[in-house]
Design a protein around this ligand. Structure first.
Ligand SMILES: [Zn+2]
Ligand SMILES: [Zn+2]
Length: 273
C-alpha cells in the first residue's frame, strides 16, 4: 500500500491543479492520495489558501474524491489541510498535517518562518536569538511540541524543518547533544501524544537536501521510542509526487521500522513497508 498525503496545489503555493495532482498519482499507481493545502494564517501569508478560497478548495477537492469513488477508480482520494500552529482550522477534514513553520514574536504578530529562505533563517538566528543557532532550534522544537494541541493533527509535518538549509549551508551540528537535547524532548512528547511522524522528501525534490526529514539519527530514536511513521513528498508539483520514496522506505527500514501508517475511512491503519 503506497500513497502520498502531503501535497500542495495552485490553491496555495503549488504549481499543479487539484485534478492534475490526483491524475498523476493515479498514473504512478498509488493506492491513496491526499490534498493538504496550507491553512490560512493571519499576516497575509502568500503561500496559504486565503479565507476567500478555502470553501472552493474543499468543494473541488471533495468532488474529485467523490468522482474517483463513483467511477470505481483504484486511487482513493482524501481531503485534508496542512495546518500551521498559527493557522485556521476547518470542519470535516479527512486528516490534518500539523506543522510548525516559524515563530510569531514581538508585538506586531509577524511570523518568521524558518523555511522561507536562508537569508530569513539567518535573520531569525541573529535578530531573534542573539546569533545562537541552538537557542533558535530550542525555540523551534518548543513550537513543534505545541503542534498537537494547536492543530489537533493526525500527522506531524517535517519534524526537523529548521535544518532545511543545513546540509548546503551548515549553521549547526545536528549530531551534537546541544541540538539533540530539545529535539528529542519534543519527539518523546509527541510520541506520547500518539502523533504519526512523516518521512518527508520535500526538501530533496527542491534541491536543498539529499536526505529526507527527519534526519536518520532522529528517525532511529523515533523508532526506539515506539513512534509511528508515514511517508510523504510535500509535493508542490505533479512531477514530484512520491518523490524518492524508495530512499525514504530504505531509511525507515534502516532505522528499524517495518510498518507505516496509511489512511482509511476509519482512520489510520498500520501496514508493512
Ligand atoms: Zn510545511
Ligand atoms: Zn507542505
Amino acid at each position: 500500500m503506497i500513497g502520498d498525503l502531503h501535497t500542495h496545489s495552485t490553491y496555495d503555493d503549488g504549481a499543479s491543479s487539484l485534478l492534475e495532482m490526483a491524475e498523476q498519482a493515479e498514473r504512478l499507481g498509488l493506492d491513496y492520495f491526499g490534498y493538504s493545502g496550507h491553512s490560512f494564517q493571519p499576516h497575509g501569508e502568500a503561500w496559504c489558501i486565503g479565507p476567500d478560497r478555502i470553501g472552493t478548495y474543499l468543494t473541488e477537492a471533495r468532488s474529485i474524491k467523490e468522482r474517483f469513488l463513483r467511477e470505481g477508480r483504484t486511487l482513493r482520494v482524501y481531503v485534508g489541510l496542512e495546518l500551521d500552529i498559527y493557522g485556521r482550522p476547518e470542519e470535516g477534514l479527512d486528516y490534518i498535517i500539523g506543522s510548525a513553520h516559524g515563530f510569531s514574536l514581538g508585538t506586531d504578530g509577524r511570523v518568521f518562518n524558518v523555511d522561507e529562505s536562508l537569508e530569513a533563517l539567518r535573520f531569525i538566528r541573529d535578530e531573534l536569538f542573539s546569533g545562537d543557532p541552538y537557542l533558535m532550534t530550542d525555540a523551534y522544537y518548543d513550537q513543534v511540541a505545541r503542534i498537537p494541541e494547536a492543530t489537533g493533527c493526525d500527522i506531524i509535518g517535517h519534524f526537523d524543518l529548521v535544518t532545511k538549509f543545513n546540509e548546503r549551508y551548515p549553521m549547526l551540528d545536528v549530531r551534537s547533544p546541544r541540538y539533540l537535547r530539545r529535539a528529542l524532548e519534543a519527539m518523546s512528547y509527541l510520541v506520547e501524544k500518539d502523533s504519526i511522524f512523516e518521512i518527508n522528501t520535500g526538501a530533496m525534490s527542491r534541491g536543498w537536501r539529499t536526505e529526507p526529514y527527519p534526519d536518520s539519527l532522529l528517525l532511529e530514536r523515533l523508532h526506539d521510542m515506539g513512534g509511528r511513521i508515514t511517508i510523504n513528498s510535500d509535493s508542490h508539483h505533479r512531477d514530484t509526487i512520491a518523490y524518492s520514496f524508495d530512499l525514504a522506505r530504505r531509511r525507515a527500514m534502516e532505522a528499524g521500522f517495518d510498518s507505516v501508517f496509511v489512511p482509511t475511512e476509519q482512520g489510520f491503519e498500520e501496514v508493512g513497508i
